[in-house]
Structures are given as structure tokens and as C-alpha cells.
Design a protein around this ligand. Structure first.
Ligand SMILES: Nc1ncnc2c1ncn2[C@@H]1O[C@H](COP(=O)(O)OP(=O)(O)OP(=O)(O)O)[C@@H](O)[C@H]1O
Ligand SMILES: [Mg+2]
Length: 355
């Protein structure tokens, strides 16, 4: 499907420093792409360029198949037909809910039906005549969403729109927002620095670092096939074992790992998530049998176990005396310090990276 929003080679410099460094993006109708990355990596700057409130030093922005900004052309934000929703989404305090939602609609248009439709979608039917100060934070957020959607933007740009809300409110509003955007077939570019939010909302995550997109993929793929250790570490705690390559293999407490194409003598890190460590009981000095999917088990001694609510985080010192491995286990199981257990890791969830 034709992308609603596309950028090519966006570059932005401030005082000689490149903060957006060649950003290529494409978002199709009804799809959500999340720009995810640490503070200062250039997410908001990218979004502001697409919105037209800032201008790139190089590169091109297309909206609905049309160039809206390049070296020679630069449409102002109001001519781009995009919906904007930012963290400080400020409603007009002197206007009612209905007037706020109708604000972006052409004056001539009979707004009543569209306003009612949108208030129903964000579950605020009957709130028409209230003023913003009479609403909770979450209700205000939903009015802001309805207002942004009212003119039927085909592209919605959102910059940390949920960050002002408390956790419990946020989940519900994220889901409601997503449902409305999908229903309207809007192409969405959502900026966030929270991996959980990106995983929850995105069809595709564009992971940014230092002004560049370092990896772009569906949440499942980016989580399970990170491009480098930093990309892996961005989504959860990680375990790191170190090894040295001999004959395209590296030795670890969990047996050998393939390191195809890595020259002999190269130091490598074997990275895996605590979620992908399986633990098993000690049977008189023996663990479970090796399997193709879980490799060879290795013995470890519990150093520390922390109760985290849904799950426990258990830290092991492995038999080699140096490797430390953390595993998440269901919280019903909180082993004592000194307990001997056997660990195995899903082979397809381990990543070998040259150091
Ligand atoms: N108008 C400006 N003038 C000078 N520097 C700027 C300007 N706008 C942004 N920057 C710098 O560009 C870099 C990227 O900023 P940006 O706001 O895009 O980051 P971000 O990824 O959105 O971060 P955060 O998650 O903290 O919002 C930062 O180092 C910032 O200080
Ligand atoms: Mg920002």
C-alpha cells in the first residue's frame, strides 16, 4: 500500500551538530510506526520537521504522495493536513468539550454530527458542555485526541502524548487511542522513549540512536532479533556471557555457540534476556538433558532472588565461577540463596556479537 507519510534522507543540524542524520521513514494508512530511542536522539526534531514547524537542512518529506518539503518547497504546518498531538496538548480552557473538538473544523461545516461521533469514539458522550477544568487528566487527553482527529487527518503525528498520565490511566487510553486511529485508517508516527509503549502501540518500531535509525522492524522481530547489544538492552535487562571465537565457535558454560564469519581470536558477547532462561532442579548433580532448542544446561548457585510482583528476578553464579546469569521466574518461585539449579537458554533467543 502507498505510504501516507514518507521521508528520505532527513538531516537537521543545530550549531554545527547533526541531530537528525539521514532519516528514511514510510508509514502506510492504518499503521502505527513508533520512533523509539533515548532522550536527545532526535525523535522530536524528526517529528517537528514532518509537521513543518521546523525545517530540515537536507532531505524530503512526502505526505499523501505529495512533496510537502524539500530544498525548494516548504508547506507551512497548517497546509499539510496532519493531526498533531503533543505531551502538552493544552485544550482551550474557555471553550466547552464540544467547542474544543469542533475547533479545527471548517466554520461552514455542520460540526455537530462529527463531534458527537468522535466523543462517542473516545467514550465521552454527554460531556459536550463541560469545560476542561471539570475533566480528569485522562478525559482531557481523550478530548485532545478527538480534537486532533476531527478534521480527519490522514496522518497523525504524536510526541509522547501519554506521558502526562499515570500508569493505570495510560494503558486504557493508549488502547482506546489505538482503536480510534485504526478505525479511522490514520497513518500514525508516534514518538516515545518507552519501549513498553512502543511494543504496545506499534506495527513497526524505528529504533533511533544519535540521529539515525539503527533498526526498524515489527515489535516481535526487534525484540527477538536485535541488531546489536545496545538494541537488545533497550528493551529489557540482558545477560552477557563473554567468549573467544575458535573455528567459528565460542565456548560458554552453556556449551558451544556458533559465531559464523567471526575470525579466530575475536572476543564476543553472547547476549540473552532473563525471560529466555529456563531453570530446572538439580537431580543429584545432574540437570535436564540437552535439547536442540535449549542447548546444554549449566549449573548455577542462587546469589540473590528478588520478588518483583508478577515475577521474580533470580541471579546465579555459574559453575565456571565468573559468569553471572539473571533469570526471570514466576513469582510463586523464590529460591533461597545458595540453592543449586540448572539453567538453559533458548538457543534461538541468544545473540552473538563481536565485541
Ligand atoms: N532548536 C534547537 N536548537 C538547538 N538544539 C536543539 C534544538 N532542538 C533540539 N536540539 C537538540 O537536538 C537534540 C535532539 O533533540 P530532540 O528534541 O529531537 O530529542 P528527543 O529524541 O525528542 O529527546 P527526548 O526523548 O528527551 O524528548 C538534543 O541534543 C537537543 O538539545
Ligand atoms: Mg522529544
Amino acid at each position: 500500500m502507498e505510504a501516507r507519510l514518507r521521508t528520505e534522507g532527513l538531516v537537521r543540524r543545530f550549531r554545527g551538530e547533526t541531530v537528525v542524520d539521514g532519516i528514511d521513514l514510510a508509514v502506510a494508512p492504518g499503521k502505527v510506526t513508533c520512533l523509539l530511542g533515548p532522550s536527545g536522539c532526535g525523535k522530536s526534531t524528526t517529528l517537528r520537521i514532518i509537521a513543518g514547524v521546523d525545517r530540515q537542512d537536507a532531505g524530503c518529506v512526502w505526505l499523501n504522495g505529495e512533496v510537502v518539503s524539500d530544498d525548494t518547497r516548504h508547506l507551512p504546518p497548517e497546509a499539510r493536513g496532519v493531526g498533531l498531538m503533543f505531551q502538552d496538548f493544552a485544550l482551550f480552557p474557555h471553550l466547552t468539550v464540544a467547542q474544543n473538538v469542533a475547533f479545527g473544523l471548517p466554520k461552514r461545516q455542520a460540526a455537530g454530527a462529527r463531534v458527537a461521533e468522535l466523543l462517542a469514539k473516545v467514550d465521552l458522550t454527554g460531556y459536550d458542555d463541560k469545560h476542561p477544568h471539570e475533566l480528569s487528566g485522562g478525559e482531557q487527553q481523550r478530548v485532545a485526541l478527538a480534537r486532533a482527529l476531527a478534521p480527519r487527518p490522514r496522518v497523525m503525528l504524536m510526541d509522547e502524548p501519554f506521558s502526562g498520565l499515570d500508569n493505570r490511566l495510560r494503558d486504557g487510553i493508549r488502547d482506546a487511542t489505538l482503536a480510534v486511529l485504526k478505525e479511522e485508517g490514520t497513518a500514525v508516527l508516534l514518538v516515545t522513549h518507552e519501549p513498553d509503549e512502543a511494543m504496545r502501540m506499534a506495527d513497526e518500531i524505528a529504533l533511533m540512536r544519535g540521529g539515525k535509525i539503527v533498526q526498524q522492524a515489527a515489535p516481535y522481530n526487534i525484540y527477538n532479533a536485535p541488531i546489536d547489544p545496545a538494541a537488545a538492552a533497550f528493551f529489557s535487562d540482558i545477560n552477557k556471557l563473554s567468549g573467544v571465537v575458535h573455528g567459528a565457535l565460542t565456548q560458554t558454560p552453556f556449551g558451544q555457540f556458533l559465531a559464523p564469519g567471526v575470525p579466530d581470536g575475536t572476543a564476543v558477547d553472547i547476549i540473552f534476556r532473563p525471560q529466555h532462561v529456563r531453570i530446572d532442579f538439580d537431580r543429584q548433580g545432574r540437570g535436564p538433558n540437552p535439547t536442540a532448542s535449549d542447548g546444554a544446561p549449566a549449573r548455577g548457585v542462587v546469589q540473590r532472588a528478588r520478588f518483583m510482583g508478577k515475577e521474580s528476578l533470580v541471579e546465579f553464579l555459574m559453575d565456571d565461577g565468573v559468569s553471572v546469569v539473571t533469570a526471570t521466574v514466576p513469582a510463586v518461585f523464590l529460591p533461597k540463596e545458595g540453592t543449586i539449579l540448572w539453567l538453559s537458554i533458548r538457543r534461538d533467543r541468544c545473540f552473538v556479537f563481536p565485541r
